[in-house]
Design a binder for this molecule. Structure first.
Ligand code: PEP
Ligand code: MN
Length: 278
């Protein structure tokens, strides 16, 4: 796959993260794989992971700056500094960037730094946040990833989309990331049937987050394969150059070798459907 191309960044580009309107997150004929760390930990950490993402021919880098952790004592993210790093490193490697917005008051600030605004599972029903993100995404030409609430039905999820789209016509991509069931072996239960159901009920694209669903890196590859086989338009996957040292979700992050392996396997299945990986 592609060599790392270090792009010469003009002053104009440095100050702009506006999305090229012809380039959407989900693209006909392609499987878009968004990859990166759970949390942005430092400039060096994100730089190394972005290099991995780029050398694998991918176009989208993820990384959390505001982390909605279950425990208030866990690492909460680098916040504004994290946003600065993802913008800088996205430009350095010519990668589009994805980060989560956790607070309506911060939506416009976050949108100044990244191309795609992610709404996490804990906020799928935070309707004030959905409306604000919808408005900002429309005004600033950003895409939105709306994760499914882990306790929400498909119908509730599709209604949540309308809080976003009622504010304009930003690109909205659904993300199934696992729901809570009685099974404790995996972190959540990946509801793969959501993909064909969404395809039946709506025209919205849908991607899969196998990482948060299974919570263990060795299970991420088989579920990534399954996601493509069932018709998902892409994946969002946690990857790390040193998962053992990750400040957040290291146990589910793919290392460099696993990342290459996952992409090779996913590419094989995507080919069957006439789709390329990007
Ligand atoms: C994430 O993608 O960083 C995240 C926190 O995911 P979720 O909202 O699905 O738990
Ligand atoms: Mn995570």
């Amino acid at each position: 796959m592609g060599e790392i191309k270090k792009r010469q960044i003009s002053e104009k580009d440095k100050n702009s993260t506006a999305k090229d309107s012809s380039d959407t997150l989900v693209k006909e004929g392609y499987i878009t794989v968004v990859a990166g760390p759970c949390a942005i930990e430092s400039r060096a950490q994100l730089d190394g992971i972005a290099a991995l993402v780029k050398e694998n021919g991918l176009k989208y880098l993820r990384g959390g700056a505001y982390k909605p952790r279950t425990s208030p004592y866990s690492f909460q993210g680098l916040e504004r500094k994290g946003l600065e790093y993802i913008k800088e490193i996205g430009q350095k490697y010519d990668l589009k960037t994805v980060t989560e917005v956790t607070d309506a008051d911060k939506a416009s600030i976050v949108a100044e730094y990244v191309d795609v605004l992610q709404i996490g599972t804990r906020n799928m029903s935070n309707f004030a946040l959905l409306k604000k993100v919808g408005k900002i995404a429309n005004e600033m030409n950003k895409s939105v990833i709306l994760k499914r609430g882990w306790g929400s039905t498909i119908k509730e999820w599709l209604l949540a989309v309308e809080y976003i789209t009622s504010q304009g016509n930003a690109e909205v991509v659904l993300c199934e990331r696992g729901i809570r069931t009685f099974e404790p072996y995996t972190r959540f239960t990946l509801d793969l049937s959501a993909v064909p159901v969404i395809k039946k009920l709506s025209k919205l694209p849908i991607i899969i987050d196998p990482s948060h669903a299974v919570g263990q890196s060795d299970l991420v590859i088989p579920m990534s394969r399954a996601a493509i086989a069932v018709g998902a338009d892409g994946l969002i996957v946690e990857v790390h150059t040193d998962p053992g040292k990750a400040l957040c979700d290291g146990q589910q992050a793919l290392n460099a070798h696993q990342t290459r392996e996952m992409l090779a396997q996913v590419e094989y299945i995507a080919k069957f459907f006439g789709r390329k990986i990007r």
